[in-house]
Design a protein around this ligand. Sequence first.
Ligand SMILES: O=C(O)CCC(=O)C(=O)O
Ligand SMILES: [Fe+2]
Length: 363
Amino acid sequence: MPASFQSIPVLDYSLALGPEKPVFLSQLRHALMNVGFLYLTNTSVPNSLVDQVREMSPKFFDLSQEKKDALGMVHSPHFMGYSRFATQMTKGIVDQREQFEFCVPYECRWKEGDPLYMRVWGPCQWPAEEDVPNFQHVFTEYGLAISRLSTHFLELICESVGLAPNALDPFLKDTVEPCHRGKIAKYPDTVPGSDSDNGVAPHFDPDFLTFLMQVTDQPGLQVQNQDGDWIPAPPIPYSWVVNIGRALNTVTKNVVLATSHKALLPPPGTGARYSIPFLQGLNPHIRLSDYELDFPPEIIALRDARDGNNIDSANYAEFETSCAGEANLVGRVKTHPEVAERFYPEYFAKYFPNGMPVQASAY
Ligand SMILES: O=C(O)CCC(=O)C(=O)O
Ligand SMILES: [Fe+2]
């Protein structure tokens, strides 16, 4: 059994595009099978775009509360837009962050009679151009750039664990495009003397891959190793922290690990921390349990020699029984009952039989 990880591997994406690709794939296999987290540097995303995202991220939150509320998620059947500070919980603990969710350009194709989960796929709510100039353009470009990167990265993941590069294609492609989505999160710095520095409590991410951009320089993200210790994942400029979600862990039968992580508030006096998790969406019609991936025996042997995965989360258990779109909708309903009550009343009634909770809870 490999020793529990003490740091997050840093992978140079440019190696994957040249003669050193085998070195990259072997580092990737290690990161996927023993850590579930990695940093990706030297990607195809231009530094100039990253600089624009860094500059733009705080601007949305500087809008008046009234303008932010006008873009509140409660107005969007696609669960896009703004959520106020401390309105959600993760595993029963209040998240101390404000957020704005956005997605790649997407027209809603849902019509009466279609499965309701198709209604989740749709456009986002952008602030008016005069309020935050260039914001929509920058985050649309950013979303598209990370989508492309994530599609190629999924091929590399397949290759690193002995699958054909296109083995996971059905999960991304179908008659509908996946609706990849991101959120800009703002965590205020810890109030001196406060008894809580929780930003987001320990959890697993739901989908295949998350690409996290740490926008500001403060520490905050921590990742749990197999011994239960919390390993810091501080920002590295122009890198993404990539982690595996429950859906990819499920579909690979635990070959690649999903790993628990949390975010702490930045230290007192250091200002707000901004981060942007970007979740790769899945083909909504696919059911993970319908697919059996054909791993070579040496990969299965490596998996079996490793200690069991330490997942203790019921997070998105629906992935195992329902199609990805349904699992996604259920997850969104649980996190945003205010949207469910308005646009998905039958789901609201099912998951909140006692009416609106004081606080929504994810995971
Ligand atoms: O902000 C961070 O560093 C992590 C956020 C996170 O894990 C999430 O939103 O799923
Ligand atoms: Fe996460």
